[in-house]
Design a protein around this ligand. Structure first.
Ligand SMILES: [Zn+2]
Length: 169
């Protein structure tokens, strides 16, 4: 059976455990820059953060978020809007340099009914895609293979960031 959506049932435990600001992993990452490597924070810019999703839909799944704990796009100021948009571009560049995806899904979920795991802190999903990758994910998602490969992936993306001068601002 071919799946075309981004529903990921193994995320449910994680989704149910998070809602309030004190449980917000994005705010946690902002407050603990000394843990950037273990939290897989790739970049921190003036007002935004780019990190690997610890519960990825696919290899290289990044999350972009403003540093401020805000829920809606309309709450972003002009500086944040510009930065987060530039981070989309930089994310595609670094992923292309490091792991050569065939395509991307880039999107946002607002509200739990729309699939937002962390509705209080807006974030943009950058999901690299490869031809035929849905079959791979159905077989391997949620296993230890992913968490181990994420450490290697993080190093790869850090290296590609340096080599390509990303995010570049
Ligand atoms: Zn937050």
């Amino acid at each position: 059976m071919k799946r075309n959506n981004l529903w990921a049932p193994w995320r449910i435990g994680y989704i149910q455990g998070l809602s309030e600001k004190h449980d917000c992993f994005i705010c946690h990452n902002v407050k603990n820059p000394q843990q950037n490597e273990e939290n897989f924070v790739l970049w921190q810019t003036k007002s935004c953060l780019a990190m690997l999703n610890k519960f990825p839909y696919n290899n290289g799944h990044l999350l972009l978020a403003p540093i401020r704990h805000i829920a809606g796009l309309e709450e972003l100021n002009d500086g944040e809007l510009l930065e987060i948009t530039k981070l989309i571009v930089a994310s595609q560049k670094v992923l292309t340099a490091a792991i050569k995806p065939h395509g991307f899904n880039i999107g946002m979920n607002f509200g739990r009914c729309a699939g937002a795991g962390l509705p209080g802190h807006l974030h943009i999903h950058i999901v690299p895609r490869w031809d035929g990758d849905t079959n791979f994910m159905e077989t391997c998602a949620g296993t230890d293979v992913i968490s181990q490969s994420m450490k290697d992936l993080y190093k790869q993306l850090k290296k590609a960031s340096t080599e390509n001068n990303l995010p570049g601002f």
